[in-house]
Design a protein around this ligand. Structure first.
Ligand SMILES: [Zn+2]
Length: 57
């Protein structure tokens, strides 16, 4: 769904981070710098494991 947030687990260091589902810029892991989301013009492509989907309120 548009506007959702995702909790994404980094495949390298297992840090869990909130990523906006429509991120307009690349999102990197705050701990190790691994790319977690890549903007595609619409929905971001999530590069890690989605642990949880958090609906926008
Ligand atoms: Zn990481």
């Amino acid at each position: 769904m548009a506007g959702s947030f995702y909790t994404v687990a980094c495949p390298d260091c297992e840090n869990e981070q909130i990523v906006f589902g429509k991120a307009a810029s690349e999102v990197a892991c705050a701990v190790c710098g691994h790319t977690l989301a890549v903007p595609t013009g619409g929905k971001a492509q999530i590069e890690g494991e989605v642990v949880e989907t958090v609906e926008a309120r």
